[in-house]
Design a protein around this ligand. Structure first.
Ligand code: GLC
Length: 733
């Protein structure tokens, strides 16, 4: 009997296990396609659970579906590294002891490499760190356009040209998302300044919107397949960006077929109905009005929480509205939190620090080297003076949401001491700024005169001076939440630089900033390096370039004007920047950056695309394989480039297009291709570019579409936007 009973119960158990294996819900079956799992999960959710998906549950997480075992979404800043853990319901740091990260370079530095391979390296490294920290969304990269050098957040973005930003942002996103972490392209769109960012209403032409401000976001969506996008704080043509029919429904979801999630900037939602109808998917940070206050547990009052539920429950909104949002959010969860194939990531390892240093070394731009002081041969000098607060100041802290808590930050001074020998390198602070603060400009208590005197004394007693200055991450400098008040270098640096130039003939100026600045001392200067914010390995990257272990190959991603009012945004009065506190009109229209300087024939201090090397490059004749092309055809442009110097180097060759005659205004030239090539001394390579219709089009305000008009075009090949090495003409038939 026992045997029979045992046999029967065994068979029954096997049968039940078999059935339960079969009835594991589809949404939990990893072998099923994501779209099938989305539908299945949605069919099992209540209305309340669907609505819950659309809002935050804490400062940096949004709801999952606990009953169904569908996990929450955990987000973290930022574009330059994974931010320290933040408290549940405030902006405070949670002070964990396991969240120190690698600080990667500011994206301005990445853009300055003009090397998409660096974006792949960077994206994968920062994606591994976000994955290791168990984040599902990394809140970056940012690609807002550099129209004014006063914008506090330009250091987080990729410069003034939409083509450069488009090419450099795609591999970064792909690198991050390979780790099962969603990138979040931001701030969509027209958040091109920090002043009044929470409400300023931007007015601009369709041409400027489509030709300048949208392309990098479009590339992120249509080329990189970005999984989330962050709505900006500002208004566009009267409607907040987080609930804007034109940008979110017509352009993003209809034209670009975006299948990911629109996430607000923190506090960017303002209206339940508009958020519901105009494509907002996840509401974050409401009630926090930025950084100063929040209503504890106000989460149920979020615009897409109880009020949204009421509209759906009462039938004022169709359930399809929340199903659309919930489907996108479930898709995001299956791509990230429930993605069983994702790697495990890694945090602050040597590989990531090497990646940081490599990007920094490739992004540093040599602007001037007329006295050939660089590279520095230490044996030639007994005393090397290092002067300036940025040689020792921690620049990974501050700046706003891109702030980081790092495992390591090699300062320029430390890097230079290691490189040239601590006994040779003498330091003097030179100038001092205040401590980092987000809402007030703190002043240093140190006496500026005595700092200057001590620095000048050291300079006069030294064989060579390395000044390390620029901007920093304090408010009203390179920092979120406000803009610079002046185009000048702050904290008395200009006076100090002038005194150093009198005290010593050999002065190497090294500037760390994410923005351009006025250079009143440029006529007396012989040696100038733009070194950006490089992060954990800053000191090693800077020392390797100054010592010549690395040959600099960076090119400027934005124009350095001689003076502020030379910029287009500063040529039409306050309404064009910063606006009248309600509205702002982009009166320079499509003529942003070099498009303005070249078309208006204004000489910049240093042009877009400019950067020197320790070697020299010679360009041969530019030729085209034919004189005319049809609209669906293409032209091959080629030219030889030779390393005519004595050391190996990398050169960024740039291709610009000039439309000789067009029915609507076009800039004097527009960047349409670039390549970074490496050449040994004496080596020559033939570079070829393929030019097709996409390089010739402009967005017509008349046709409300992209168009390429028949007629003559000129291809300009340059080593910068102003230094054109060769041209070739052809006809579009
Ligand atoms: C901030 C920033 C945004 C950041 C978010 C979360 O206000 O504008 O870039 O990701 O809030 O910190």
């Amino acid at each position: 009997m026992k045997a029979k009973h045992f046999l029967f119960s065994t068979i029954l158990t096997v049968f039940i296990l078999h059935i339960s294996a079969q009835t594991k819900p589809v949404y939990l079956d990893n072998s099923q396609p994501i779209e099938v799992r989305v539908k299945d999960a949605l069919s099992k959710m209540t209305l309340d659970e669907k609505v819950k998906l659309c809002t935050a549950q804490s400062k940096f997480s949004s709801h999952g579906v606990p009953r169904l075992g569908i996990p929450e979404i955990w987000m973290s800043d930022g574009p330059h590294g994974v931010r320290m853990e933040i408290l549940w319901d405030s902006w405070g740091h949670a002070n964990w002891t396991n969240d120190s990260c690698t600080a990667f370079p500011a994206l301005t530095c990445l853009a300055a490499t003009w090397n998409p391979k660096m974006s792949t390296l960077y994206g994968n490294a920062v994606g591994e760190e976000a994955r290791y920290r168990r984040k599902d969304v990394l809140l970056g990269p940012g690609v807002n356009i550099y129209r004014t050098p006063l914008n506090g957040r330009n250091f987080e973005y990729m410069g003034e040209d939409p083509y450069l930003a488009s090419k450099m942002v795609v591999p970064y996103i792909q690198g991050v998302q390979k780790n099962g972490v969603a990138a979040c392209i931001k701030h969509y769109v027209l958040n091109d300044q920090e002043k009044w960012r929470g409400h300023i209403n931007v007015e601009l032409s369709d041409r400027a919107l489509y030709e300048i401000y949208l392309p990098a976001f479009k590339a992120a969506v249509t080329e990189a397949g970005v999984w989330t996008i962050m709505g900006a704080y500002n208004k566009i043509r009267g409607e907040f960006a987080c609930e804007n029919n034109l940008t979110l429904m017509k352009i993003l979801k209809d034209e670009w077929k975006f299948d990911g999630c629109v996430i607000t900037d923190w506090g960017g939602a303002h209206n339940t109905k508009l958020a519901a109808l105009n494509g907002l998917d996840i509401e974050m940070g409401s009630w926090t009005n930025g950084f100063t206050s929040n209503k504890a547990f106000a989460y149920n009052d979020y615009f897409l929480a109880r009020p949204y539920f009421q509209l759906l429950k009462s039938g004022q909104l169709p359930t399809s509205n929340v199903d659309e949002k919930a489907s996108r959010i479930l898709r995001l969860i299956f791509r990230t939190a429930m993605n069983v194939n994702k790697p495990y990531g890694a945090l602050a390892n040597e590989e990531h620090h090497n990646a940081d240093r490599a990007v920094g070394e490739e992004g540093i731009v040599l602007l001037q080297n007329t006295a050939k002081l660089l590279p520095i041969v230490a044996s030639k000098y007994k005393t090397i003076a290092v002067i300036g607060e940025n040689a020792t100041r921690k620049l990974t802290e501050g700046g706003g949401s891109s702030e980081l808590k790092v495992k390591r930050e090699i300062s320029p001074l430390q890097g230079l001491k290691e490189k040239f020998g601590a006994e040779k390198v003498k330091y003097s602070l030179g100038y001092a700024s205040g401590a980092v603060s987000y809402d007030q400009v703190l002043k240093s208590k140190l006496n500026p005169d005595s700092l200057l005197k001590a620095a000048v004394k050291l300079a006069s007693e030294s064989d060579i001076v390395i000044f390390v200055g620029g901007l920093n991450k304090n408010t009203q400098q390179d920092s979120e939440g406000d803009d610079r008040r002046s185009y000048a270098l702050p904290f008395g640096q200009n006076e100090l630089i002038a005194e150093l130039q009198k005290a010593n003939k050999k002065v190497v100026l090294v500037m760390l900033s994410g923005n351009a600045y006025e250079m009143p001392w440029i006529k007396q200067a012989t040696t100038l390096v733009q070194a950006w914010y490089i992060g954990s390995e800053a000191g090693h990257a800077i020392a390797n370039v100054l010592a010549g272990d690395v040959n600099p190959s960076g090119k400027l991603p934005f124009t350095f004007a001689a003076k502020l009012n030379d910029y287009g945004a500063h040529s039409f009065g306050a309404i064009a920047y910063p606006g009248d506190s309600i509205n702002e009109v982009y009166k320079e229209d499509i003529l942003v950056g070099y498009r303005w300087f070249d078309t208006k024939k204004i000489a910049p201090q240093f042009p877009f695309g400019f950067g020197l090397s320790y070697t020299t490059f010679g360009y041969g004749k530019v030729t085209a394989n034919k004189k005319a092309m049809t609209a669906d055809g293409q032209i091959i442009v080629s030219f030889p480039v030779k390393n005519t110097g004595t050391v190996k180097g990398k050169e960024v060759v740039q291709l610009y297009i000039n439309d000789q005659k067009s029915s609507e205004l076009r800039p004097e030239k527009e960047l349409k291709a670039f390549q970074k090539i490496e050449l040994n001394p004496g080596e020559e390579k033939t570079v070829t570019f393929t030019v097709d219709k996409s390089a010739l089009q402009f967005y017509s305000d008349v046709k409300k579409d992209w168009t390429a008009e028949a007629g003559k075009f000129t291809v300009l090949i340059g080593t910068s936007s102003r230094d054109i090495k060769g041209k070739v003409e052809f006809e579009l038939q």
